[in-house]
Write a protein that binds this ligand. Sequence first.
Ligand code: 5AD
Ligand code: SF4
Length: 467
Amino acid sequence: MGIGLKSNENKVSKKFYIESYGCQMNFADSEVVASIVSKEGYNSTNNLNDADLILLNTCSIREKAELTVRKRLESFNKLKRKNKNLKVGVLGCMAERLKSKFLDEEKIVDLVVGPDAYKDIPNLLEEINEGRNAVNVILSKEETYGDISPVRLSSNGVTAFVSITRGCDNMCTFCVVPFTRGRERSRDPKSILNEIKDLNNSNYKEITLLGQNVDSYLWYGGGLKKDFKNADEFVKKTSVNFSKLLKLVAEAFPKLRIRFSTSNPQDMSLDVIKTMANYDNICNYIHLPVQSGSDSILKAMNRQHTREEYLTLIKNIKDIIPNCGISHDMITGFPNESDMDHKQTLSLMKEVQYDFGYMFKYSERPGTFAAKKFEDNVKESVKKIRLQEIIDLQQTHSHYRTRQYVGKIVEVLIEKESKKSNLHWAGRNEQNTMVVFPKQSHNIGDFVKVKVLECTSATLIGVSQDL
Ligand code: 5AD
Ligand code: SF4
């Protein structure tokens, strides 16, 4: 108990604990939820044992992600036995996918809230505190949480996420996201700029504009993207697309580093690439998922691009921004993927020589087009071998890329202490590669010119030139 506090004063304020799984979007959403819950009188805690309310912001992207959450929920049984008033809530994509079934399947859960229903949490908390279970999984065509100031959770005070779109209209056949996160909506640029202004005033140095498909950003006063074509000429002229938004942000905040994620090949315009080249404060790094190097698999995945179109885009990026870092997402073992298809994936990787990549075995998701129409017929043992092959190849390419930096000077934004040594700082260069170097007189949040002396496949090791 704090000195000078009466015992009941200590008990009045409740505590919440929140844990996030999956993509950056979920981590950003948890900051919106933290803001909403804080207004209900809950303080945040990092200690599960202190919590009156545990929230898990969940991911459904692969079966494994869901199993991890279920295991985590089981581990709370003990806590619930100790604290009869403890409430457990499930947020995010699993909440949306499983809805009230969650309450039957996992007895420990009191609260189920989908990604568009977080503003209803105050009402839902009232329900559960009166002893009833509560569910809201209504998806919205408008909700962007643009009017909520996120509470920065476990922040380093240097880098932050700012969400600019929600949902996804792409309908890749393997993906559960359109079902769990609903239709694509863009957020008003004014509220985006306001959020960034607050971050800038609080001394943040880098922001990442977030969305499932940022290049498809389009603001024309609200509404779905598909209705834009019927808008009048004035609305069309004054609309803001992604390259305009990038320009607005880059010009308003010349000292901030700007990143964005995720890009989809079919929506990434030359304008965006040129804008990146025109502004020094937009980082030369693009995460550009491809998913497969084979045209027939891309077609079955309902990706809106061919292998050739993707490679043309990569060529344009490299022509306009020669030092651009590029990373990918790849799925191996999609239904009917043959040895030839797999070889096409390897050969695409060899053509691009990505800086890094995120590689996954296909995981069938209930309700998706692929689950309904295709048999998950690539054997697990084959998926495993193929995955290892692409991981090994990526490792070679990553090492090739990091070696190109040795002997050069890169600009690093210091984010944290190196995991391996408390005598070193860690941060990323603009291409998103990790750099570690001796601390000397620098501090977290400093931009430092670092000479790269050596490298592993994932990290550059160097020494500061700014002394
Ligand atoms: N199985 C495996 N990987 C998937 N991803 C999305 N859905 C699936 C699935 N069903 C991967 C894609 C996507 C990344 C976020 O997750 O590569 O780009
Ligand atoms: Fe997981 Fe995708 Fe949902 Fe993000 S959007 S939480 S990665 S399922």
